[in-house]
Design a protein around this ligand. Sequence first.
Ligand SMILES: Cc1cc2nc3c(=O)[nH]c(=O)nc-3n(C[C@H](O)[C@H](O)[C@H](O)COP(=O)(O)OP(=O)(O)OC[C@H]3O[C@@H](n4cnc5c(N)ncnc54)[C@H](O)[C@@H]3O)c2cc1C
Length: 327
Amino acid sequence: MAVFDHEVVIIGAGPAGMCAGMYAGRSMLNAVVLEQGLPGGELLNTEVIEDYIGFEHVLGSELAEKFAAHATKFGADIRPFTRVEKVKKVDDGTFETLLESGDIHRSPAVIITAGGTPIKLEVPGEFEYAGKGVSYCAICDGAFFKGHTIIVVGGGDAACEEADFLTRYAAKVYLVHRRNEFRASKIVQQRLFANPKIEVIWDTVIEEIAGVDGLMTHARIKHLPTNTSREMEATGIFIFVGFKPNTGVIEGHVEHDAAGYLLTDANMQTSIPGLFAAGDVRVQLTRQVTTAVGDATTAAIAVEKFLTARKNGHPAPDPVQMLVRGA
Ligand SMILES: Cc1cc2nc3c(=O)[nH]c(=O)nc-3n(C[C@H](O)[C@H](O)[C@H](O)COP(=O)(O)OP(=O)(O)OC[C@H]3O[C@@H](n4cnc5c(N)ncnc54)[C@H](O)[C@@H]3O)c2cc1C
């Protein structure tokens, strides 16, 4: 076991973590970015990105490489395949970040940029057709389905709102829900039922996603009360059955919303002084690359100011008073 000291530890090298690493590097901070896999985060699960300003069409993997190269050039120390197990505040007010390997990184400030994970259906074809029909993000991928017939899965606000949104592009949207009523709020449901392009398929689950030549062409769906299956033609399926923020590494209580997203003040500081959060792990109106890097910019600069105040013996502001409660 080895112990390392830094001014700031950044957990996760998705867009937010790499951007925070770049700004920390440019501020000449002794920073490290700890990543459990390869740098890129959800970019590595995204075929094409068309809404990152300045890039009309870029592969997710290509953007990830560009972020990593740019961040490294400006001083970010990105450590791939370095999984964080726990981050905890210790008695002297600093943090210990404990790795799976047993090593410990100590720092007065931590930025958590560990993102989140869309909950999967876990059906055959879901992984195979990811980015080739299967999507977890309407705002990201909706425009690829102009004039198409698509399926949306889920029954909460996200599924109903995104089904409605996707009719801007799709000719027809089947909203497949496993129950016979929605959990979505009434106003969202009203909008949904008033939309002539949406047809709700109740009491039904997805059994399989299938296609031809690597592109989705249909799904097999099962009506639960009658136990009958049939094929539904669709070139896309948008899955909104939940999203889980990766906050499990934080030891102790930190303020979060009902879904587990971290609450922060306008400087991205959480309710634990010195612990900052940026990107998908945080309460957000929308989760995009632009919002992740925006948060990360603020967080890294706020950390620099936090460390300066700490060195000069200034008290840190009470972040709980400034929490952004989110939408
Ligand atoms: C399928 C899909 C398509 C998308 N398409 C678009 C699009 O077209 N345009 C767009 O703007 N946005 C898109 N998004 C959203 C965008 O990818 C995210 O908003 C963005 O990646 C969030 O960045 P992040 O850094 O906050 O989190 P993430 O990208 O999730 O990165 C978090 C990183 O933290 C790491 N990590 C987690 N836990 C640990 C741990 N314990 N130890 C070490 N590392 C850890 C993860 O491995 C990961 O690399 C899409 C998302 C998905 C799922």
